[in-house]
Design a binder for this molecule. Structure first.
Ligand SMILES: Cc1cc2nc3c(=O)[nH]c(=O)nc-3n(C[C@H](O)[C@H](O)[C@H](O)COP(=O)(O)OP(=O)(O)OC[C@H]3O[C@@H](n4cnc5c(N)ncnc54)[C@H](O)[C@@H]3O)c2cc1C
Length: 520
């Protein structure tokens, strides 16, 4: 069985990463197939927290209100050592995570996909990829053939220009491109129980209990239930009774766990693929990196991968950027994934400390950082995704000469090249494929500079915090700042536009593939 070549992108896996990738492609007019081997979505809720950067992505899809209606804001994280309070991080509304069990996030994204005219093809499994070019060059070959098995046993060959492997930690796509999954697995097993509970538990705060016997995390769920998540004592079998004993021993007293809605034992890994792309095939989400659930970053990191990749694929498929744009996906997202794997590893090791000297050191650090407000000021924005930066890789992304704004941008909260542009500097100026060129240009020396690139919308802004000089911020369709410069940097800007978007003459650009009309 074979299908006509009318699909540009095949997304393998309809977890949160694949669903967002399909939504982001469809809203940019790219025909996409989204397949999943499972016959139905999983009712199990592995990940719980959606951080503000992820909520921004849902807002772009018109899905944030659905998530907020189903979720529960978590106002603070409180940390304990041997049941003694160490520190509490209170979240301001801008940094507050939403507790929405993963099945709820998947429902919200599936509804958004349906609104965009897409759907999930269930019971369809990727078996293999044919026609891979192992030289790794993205433009090598014109298509990849995916061999898919349907639930009734039929096998289909599907030819597409690009494949996104969002097929989770055991990724078949990763196996096909022959990249490894480097890292290790923690020695201890972890257990979770989702259940109602009686007793003095906060309804809007997550509790992190650390003790020499192990870790216990308690997170309130929407609907008045709780997740109890703990390192499992060696040799023990999980039951509600065991979790109750762990709770009595490591956690707050006087709490009774009710019958479990779901319980599970799992191993936690810290691993990443050494490359996120081979030729026309990309890895995203758990297929590319897995790590400890400390800090609730896994699902959020996968959503960011999908967001980073989808607009680039759309730009290349529409002939609005050279294929080289896609080469930036791997390095940008690998750097983020490495940091998340490292940070969550540190946190997990801190949870599991047993040596009294190390515990005393950890507890002193927590108390000091908590009291001084450093945890709230510096760590909360990182968890919230508000410090997400793709560092510049070319001089043309930065102003020429010495500039005080470059120094100021390095301060926490500064507007950095590579960071997400605040709405106040003119973004977003157009549709989901539009770049924004925000100009502070009282003398009109930069006006019209992007005229050769219709995908760039010029917007006049009065001022940009952190830079008093007339100049520009070039903002990508995903909201990240591609480049910043001053009034005298016109040539730098032209060079940067040519590098990322191709020559200004439309005749010199690659021709657009056949694509969908943009949804209303
Ligand atoms: C017990 C547990 C607790 C967790 N808690 C948290 C948490 O609190 N916070 C957090 O952020 N993260 C948490 N995570 C991690 C989080 O669940 C993952 O990061 C997230 O699910 C990744 O999404 P994904 O879409 O990349 O992959 P997945 O959700 O794994 O989705 C992959 C999809 O691909 C499909 N698939 C697989 N192979 C194929 C194939 N060959 N063909 C077609 N389809 C295929 C699967 O059916 C699946 O639907 C937890 C994970 C576990 C296991």
């Amino acid at each position: 069985m074979s299908m006509p070549d009318d699909v540009n992108v095949l997304v393998v896996g309809a977890g949160p990463t694949g669903l967002l990738a399909a939504c982001e492609l469809r809203r940019r007019g790219v025909p996409v197939r989204l397949i999943d081997r499972a016959a139905a979505p999983s009712p199990r809720s592995r990940a719980l927290l959606l951080w503000p950067r992820s909520l921004d992505l849902l807002a772009d899809l018109g899905a944030r209100a659905d998530a907020e209606a189903a979720g529960l804001p978590i106002t603070a994280f409180s940390y304990f050592s041997d049941r003694r309070p160490l520190a509490t991080v209170r979240f301001t509304p801008e940094l507050m995570p939403l507790c929405l069990p993963q099945s709820g996030t998947e429902q919200v994204l599936t509804a958004a996909l349906h609104r965009l005219g897409g759907r999930v093809e269930r019971g369809v499994r990727l078996l293999a990829l044919d026609g891979l070019d192992y030289s790794g060059r993205i433009a090598a070959g014109d298509r990849v053939t995916a061999i898919l098995e349907h639930a009734d046993g039929t096998v289909e060959r599907c030819r597409v220009e690009y494949v996104v492997g969002a097929d989770g930690a055991g990724s078949a796509v990763r196996g096909q491109i022959g990249t490894g999954f480097l890292g290790s697995t923690y020695g201890l097993a972890f257990a979770l129980v989702d259940a109602p509970a009686d007793g003095p538990l906060p309804a809007d705060r997550a509790l992190y209990h650390q003790s020499p016997a192990g870790a216990l995390v308690i997170v309130p769920l929407p609907g008045g239930r709780y997740r109890f998540f703990a390192s499992l004592p060696p040799g023990e079998q999980l039951s509600v009774e065991l979790m109750q004993r762990i709770l009595d021993h490591r956690g707050p007293g006087g709490v009774r766990i009710g019958p479990a809605d779901w319980q599970s034992v799992f191993r936690v890994h810290r691993r990443h693929a050494p490359r996120f792309q081979l030729g026309r095939v990309f890895l995203a989400g758990d297929a590319a990196h897995v790590h400890s659930p400390a800090g609730g970053q896994g699902l959020n990191t996968g959503l960011q991968d999908a967001h980073n990749l989808a607009w680039k694929l759309a730009a290349v498929l529409h002939g609005e950027a050279p294929v080289d744009l896609l080469a930036s996906y791997g390095p940008e997202r690998q750097a983020v994934a490495h940091r998340v794997v490292r940070d969550t590893d540190l946190q997990t090791r801190a949870w599991l400390l047993g040596n009294p000297a190390a515990v005393a050191l950890r507890d002193t650090a927590f108390r000091t950082l908590g009291r001084s407000g450093v945890l709230a000021r510096l760590y909360a924005p990182v968890m919230a995704g508000r410090r997400l930066v793709y560092p510049p890789v070319r001089p043309t992304q930065l102003p020429s000469g010495a500039a005080t704004c470059t120094l100021r941008a390095r301060m926490p909260g500064g507007i950095r090249v590579g960071g997400v542009a605040p709405v106040g500097i003119g973004h977003p100026a157009g549709g989901p494929r539009t770049w924004t060129l925000a100009l502070v240009d009282p003398d009109r020396v930069l006006a019209g500079v992007a005229a050769g690139w219709p995908q760039v919308a010029e917007v006049d802004v009065a001022a940009v915090a952190g830079c008093e000089r007339p100049g520009y911020h070039l903002i990508r369709p995903d909201g990240h700042i591609q480049a910043h410069g001053h009034a005298g940097d016109r040539d730098r800007l032209l060079a940067e536009l040519t590098t990322v978007l191709g020559a200004p003459d439309p005749a010199e650009r690659p021709s657009a593939a056949s694509l969908l009309p943009l949804p209303g």
